[in-house]
Ligand binder design. Structure first.
Ligand code: OAD
Length: 247
């Protein structure tokens, strides 16, 4: 039994059918067994993101970078969506005006049933050729010798956003539009430290949205959000779906 208070305002906004924006981060996949990035046991503990998640690292040592991403693809493939992912899929199916924006690259939102996921940081399951070929889906768990190469001979890289790289401007623009239109924003499982994703709740709040943060820990967003629910996404999200009147 999960016990946490749902404010009258949150209840009203869940019930009234206005546009809902969800912004998710690695914490939403934690209950699926995937490590978050920061904090004890996080992926960046004992690993230097500058050596694994930058274009410079890839240029210097594509094999090491690919070993990291190959391992993450395998971990993600073995993981299953948890009740938080299922709840976000129910919100999309139950509401016309639900938008999901994620920083996650693991594909679990899609596997839970969300059809329209705005992926700010790309996907582990798409590959980009360093030549001129089109970016494409690739679900193979055995990519052959690392680093993999495109049929044209050029190196392939995971189509994720690395540190120091800009987000796709069209994707960011859509996310900002959703933020401006939202009546309610649910921010779940993110440390709210990485920009521009971390700016979206503030954009929404200034445009009149009610912002609820779901995270067992506090973050820089906690003080600015209208409500911080200190619980795990897998416990809290199903309850929010219930209050929204979605079976
Ligand atoms: P972080 O690892 O920075 O933060 C994960 C957050 O999830 C923390 O605030 C945890 O307290 C919280 N958390 C853990 N378990 C949870 C649970 N069961 N329910 C709810 N919250 C939980 O991950 P992100 O904020 O996603 O970027 O990180 C943002 C970006 O930084 C990532 O997309 C990645 C990373 O470096 C790149 O690689 C470019």
């Amino acid at each position: 039994m999960v016990s946490f208070a749902i404010s009258n305002e949150l209840r009203a906004r869940l019930e009234r059918g206005g546009p809902i924006l969800a912004l998710t981060g690695a914490g939403v996949s934690a209950e699926s067994g995937l490590a978050t990035f920061r904090g004890p046991g996080g992926m960046w503990e004992g690993r230097d993101p500058m050596e694994l998640a930058t274009p410079q690292a890839f240029a210097a040592d594509p094999e090491t970078v690919w070993r990291f991403y190959d391992w993450r693809r395998k971990q993600a493939a073995e993981a299953a969506p948890n009740p938080a992912h299922v709840a976000f899929a129910a919100l999309e199916q139950g509401r016309d005006s639900f938008r999901l924006v994620t920083q996650n690259v693991d594909g679990l939102h899609e596997r839970a049933g969300n059809r329209d996921v705005l992926r700010l940081h790309g996907s582990l399951w798409r590959l980009r050729c360093l030549g001129d070929c089109e970016e494409h889906d690739n679900l193979e768990l055995d990519l052959g010798p690392l680093p993999p190469r495109c049929a044209c001979g050029a190196l392939l890289r995971p189509a994720v956003v690395w540190f120091g790289e800009p987000l796709d401007p069209a994707v960011l623009h859509r996310a900002e539009q959703f933020a401006e239109e939202a009546d309610l924003v649910i921010v779940a499982g993110t440390s709210a430290l990485v920009y521009p994703a971390a700016a979206l709740p503030e954009i929404a709040r200034l445009a009149g949205a009610y912002v609820v943060e779901v995270n067992p820990e506090t973050t820089p967003l906690s003080e600015r959000a209208d409500v911080h629910i200190a619980g795990s996404a897998g416990a809290v999200l199903p309850r929010l779906v219930e209050v929204a009147g979605i079976a």
